[in-house]
Write a protein of this length. Sequence first.
Length: 338
Amino acid sequence: GKPILEVNNLRVSFKMYAGEVQAVRGVSFSLNKGEVLAIVGESGSGKSVTAQTIMRLIPTPPSYIKEGSSVLFDSKHEITKMSESQMEKVRGQEMGMIFQDPMTSLNPTMTVGAQISEGIRKHQKVSKSEAMQRAADLLTLVGMSNASERIHQYPHELSGGMRQRVMIALSLACQPKLLIADEPTTALDVTIQAQIIDLLRDIQQKTDTSIILITHDLGVVAEMAHKVIVMYAGKVVERGTLNDIFYNPRHPYTWGLLRSVPRLDSDKNNELDSIPGTPPDLFAPPVGCAFAARCPYAMQICKEVDPEHFELSADHSSACWLLHPDAPKVDIPVEVGG
Ligand code: SF4
Ligand code: MG
């Protein structure tokens, strides 16, 4: 397929009193039309900053995109170089965003119908009543029954799951080419989570929208992603198809993530908490592999030289010295495909 998004050597830093935090340190990936790409990693891995930078939703300053970074959208918009007014158009007409907390993007003082129809009228010349009709259609599309009554309700009159559906409808109002969903189900209970994921997958298949899904939940990834990138300490440490990552993972951090997938029958918090240790301080990133301090396989070279990606196939690569031909052979220590 044709790429909708090509990210090349993206570097984003935050200027703080104490110095510079290197939140994203040379991220590259591409996303084809109609594909779902999941970005997984712990909080602080740079996954949200990457997504927000693609939409230019983080304030500059304190953050800034470093020289040499490129984010090419739809083969024509160089996001890193666009003015704020150009960017507003792209966001309003071609990209949609779904956040963890619907209340951050819903206006509490407007009915949901008014908000969605306003979104429609921002970039399509249609009458108010026509826009309202389309708003009702969108609410139906996202699985809300009696949409013609729902359009008159305010966000606070709806349940958390219903609000999330409204936000999805809102994000679809501009018929985006790219949808970015940042932890779209994290705040919801398990049953509602499953419904929202089904809904997103459904919409993706119906509309062929490209989606970037940011999540720490590998269960969600398995449900809908085609490709996966695993981020750690501001870098991509492994990239592959869904099958590569679940059935042939080749980075020790990915192994840790897979081991920490919660069992469906447990009510344990599903944060990734089973990898001992903490990510490095990005004020002063380590010289070698950023995972070395937590990695049971770390060798001397890991502490000295940051590994480049080793290619396993056209789609699959891992930034780990274990893939060097001279490295000791280790078995993949996770039960895969379970
Ligand atoms: Fe572990 Fe070394 Fe691989 Fe880093 S490069 S993940 S420290 S084995
Ligand atoms: Mg986040």
